[in-house]
Design a protein around this ligand. Structure first.
Ligand SMILES: Cc1cc2nc3c(=O)[nH]c(=O)nc-3n(C[C@H](O)[C@H](O)[C@H](O)COP(=O)(O)O)c2cc1C
Length: 337
């Protein structure tokens, strides 16, 4: 089966599960009890440290069904201000030999307004058992100079529904997007974003929504230093390390797209450890990349990750994988930590 059809099929299954609300709630209750290690981070309560990363439920179609599997948080998206069809199919490829996935989707999603409508139908922010993050991307048609306004528009449309936001400046499938990680753009982008966030918080008498930044594994450590310093200057709540890479293993046949899974593990591990050390643990890191088994999950915790996100491991191992990872790290993440 074409990999993206397999995706569509599993999204349909989780959507159906989510429609049976009583059953989904029941399963969620049982699965959240499994290796329960709650943690509070950036003002949010996470029932455990294992989340689903962006790119699975891009348009908020099935997050209620996915919530039944015992995830500690789910990141929807990437969502853009308007609907975006993405690149032509086939654009997702599984590579079992390398335990990898290659995708060249180009941020396809139904757009912020549709996503807001879907989220409004489910439990709202303070009624949910787990935080729901929203990952925001940029429209392909919007030039870099107007990226800030494009990001704000999506933020405004979805702010009532997001427990946290992640800014995706690192997807390799969108031409020039990664340029936004450079100092000249990043400082303005984050400053403007936080100003908008503060304005909203003041108006509503609410707290600011935590903003995370998702980085590319392909940037140099010198550039990473710059990103860390700009992130800290602008009260960024945490770093999601990393998005997919465009550097394949030497033995892998590869044309284009972002590589996830095992080939990403070392790059992610190195960056998680680097950020944790450079900030002395003051900037929480969410490890995303190559968590495929107990060893890789444990290594990310040892490197200093506060939370883990899984994607390719979930695709390859199925619905029991979140609980497996939770059990794998339970010994390292003791309840009193
Ligand atoms: C098919 C596919 C689509 C993805 N789409 C997005 C996306 O829209 N936005 C994003 O920030 N990351 C996206 N990602 C990256 C994942 O969120 C994650 O960071 C990456 O796959 C590394 O984790 P893994 O090795 O556990 O898969 C996508 C990944 C895959 C495999």
């Amino acid at each position: 089966m074409d990999a993206e059809r397999a995706y569509d099929f599993s999204i349909a299954c989780y959507r159906t599960l989510g429609q049976f609300r009583v059953l989904a709630k029941f399963l969620q209750k049982i699965n959240l009890e499994e290796a329960r290690r709650p943690v509070s981070l950036f003002g949010l309560h996470f029932p455990n440290r294992v989340g689903l990363s962006a790119g699975f439920d891009k348009s908020a179609e099935c997050w209620e069904g996915l919530s039944a599997l015992g995830f500690g948080f789910i990141e929807i998206g990437s969502v853009t201000s308007e609907r975006q069809p993405g690149n032509l199919r086939p654009r997702v490829f599984f590579n079992p030999y390398h335990e990898a996935c290659v995708n060249n989707t180009g941020l396809n999603n139904d757009g912020a307004k549709s996503v807001a409508r879907r989220l409004a139908r489910g439990p709202l922010k303070n009624e949910r058992a787990l935080p729901i993050g929203i990952n925001i991307g940029k429209m392909k048609s919007v030039p870099l100079e107007n990226a800030i306004q494009d990001f704000w528009e999506t933020f405004r449309t979805l702010a009532d529904f997001a427990d946290y936001f992640t800014l995706n400046l690192s997807n390799p499938n969108l031409p020039k997007l990664q340029t936004l990680q450079h100092r000249s753009y990043l400082a303005d982008l984050l400053k403007g974003f936080q100003a908008e966030n503060e304005k909203r918080a003041k108006k509503l008498g609410a707290k600011k929504i935590p903003i995370l930044l998702k980085i590319s594994p392909d940037m140099s450590f010198a550039q990473l230093d710059e990103v860390i310093s700009i992130a800290q200057d602008n009260a960024i709540a945490g770093i999601v390390a990393c998005n997919t890479t465009t550097t394949p293993p030497s033995t892998m046949r590869y044309k284009e797209g972002g590589i996830s899974g095992k080939p990403l593990f070392q790059k992610t591990f190195d960056r998680v450890r680097y950020i944790h050390k450079a900030t002395e643990g003051r900037l929480p890191v969410i490890a995303s990349g190559g968590i495929l088994d107990a060893v890789s999950a444990g290594a990310m915790i040892d490197a200093g990750a506060s939370l883990l996100q899984i994607h390719t491991g979930f695709l390859f191992n199925g619905p029991s994988f979140p609980n497996y990872v939770k059990r794998a790290i339970a010994e390292k993440v003791r309840p009193w930590l």
